[in-house]
Design a protein around this ligand. Structure first.
Ligand SMILES: Nc1nc2c(c(=O)[nH]1)N[C@H]1C(S)=C(S)[C@@H](COP(=O)(O)O)O[C@H]1N2
Ligand SMILES: [Mo]
Length: 252
């Protein structure tokens, strides 16, 4: 995460700089790895190897993952952002969302279900994280993008997940739905993003909130998320693309 990095492209700065980020990924290591172009040597490829194409239940509980240190995927410097390369890819166009009445709910296998307006989301006492990562679509394109938002694991922790929760479902305003393994969802670089390249998301890119993560392919990164549901099992419906044959784990 690079929220303490300087901002050479004059992108608007981080709304809530988080001084702790430098502890998570020291600047020197960030620059070395980014400079060397090392991309996917990290959690994603390791987990892919372990879990592979399996869709068996994973045994880790949410609570243990929230506190478990996880391998960070190297990020890119701000200068590497490719502002024009992120192609809008929406199966059913852009849904109409009124940001004033929009709410994000977190429910299911949790002790404290919650529902947040954008104003509440923005005033949560959680670190705002910026990261520059590569978005990879299975359709054969990729783009280096800066995402800003809250860590999904910090958000989910507020809802107090039950130890029996094993999966997370994301439901979107356009009817899109996705399910994730907990390791990937609780990864420190999996964000509920409100910003892209330093600016608030525009409707086509998923406003007001979407997923962003360097550990998953593009189709797992739901835009316009309105509901997060923790679940004990995977159901027959696992994801919009998965249910027509795409791989469920979809790690990078
Ligand atoms: N709700 C929703 N989320 C979605 C999609 C979609 O159609 N609906 N498309 C997915 C795919 S295939 C990709 S590659 C990315 C594209 O994100 P972008 O449109 O911001 O480039 O969004 C993903 N998230
Ligand atoms: Mo995609």
């Amino acid at each position: 995460m690079s929220s303490t990095e300087p901002n050479p492209t004059n992108l608007p700065s981080n709304p809530e700089p988080d001084d702790h980020e430098s502890e998570v990924l020291p600047r020197r290591r960030f620059l070395n790895l980014a400079g060397a172009g090392i991309l996917t040597i990290g959690f994603g490829s390791v987990a892919e190897g372990l879990v592979g194409k399996l869709s068996e239940p994973l045994n880790q509980s949410v609570e243990s993952l929230i506190f478990k240190p996880q391998q960070l995927v190297p990020e890119f410097p701000i200068a590497a952002i490719e502002p024009d390369k992120l192609i809008v890819n929406s199966f059913r166009g852009t849904p109409a969302i009124n940001p004033l009445t929009y709410r994000l709910s977190i429910d299911g296998a949790v002790n404290q279900p919650l529902s947040l307006s954008m104003q509440e989301f923005q005033s949560l006492p959680l670190p705002f994280v910026n990261m520059v990562i590569r978005h990879v679509c299975v359709e054969g394109w990729a783009a280096i993008v800066q995402w800003g938002g809250l860590r999904l694991r910090d958000l989910v922790a507020i809802a107090q997940p039950k130890p029996t929760a094993k999966y997370i479902y994301f439901y979107s305003a356009d009817g899109y739905y996705e399910s994730w393994d907990l390791d990937s969802a609780m990864h420190p670089q999996t964000l509920m993003a409100s910003h892209k390249n330093g600016q608030s998301l525009t409707p086509a890119y998923g406003a007001p909130l979407r997923l962003a993560s360097p550990v998953k392919l593009g189709y797992k990164l739901s835009k316009w998320v309105t509901r997060i549901e923790l679940k004990e099992t995977l159901t027959a419906k696992r994801g919009y693309w998965e249910d027509i044959g795409y791989e469920w784990y979809a790690g990078i």
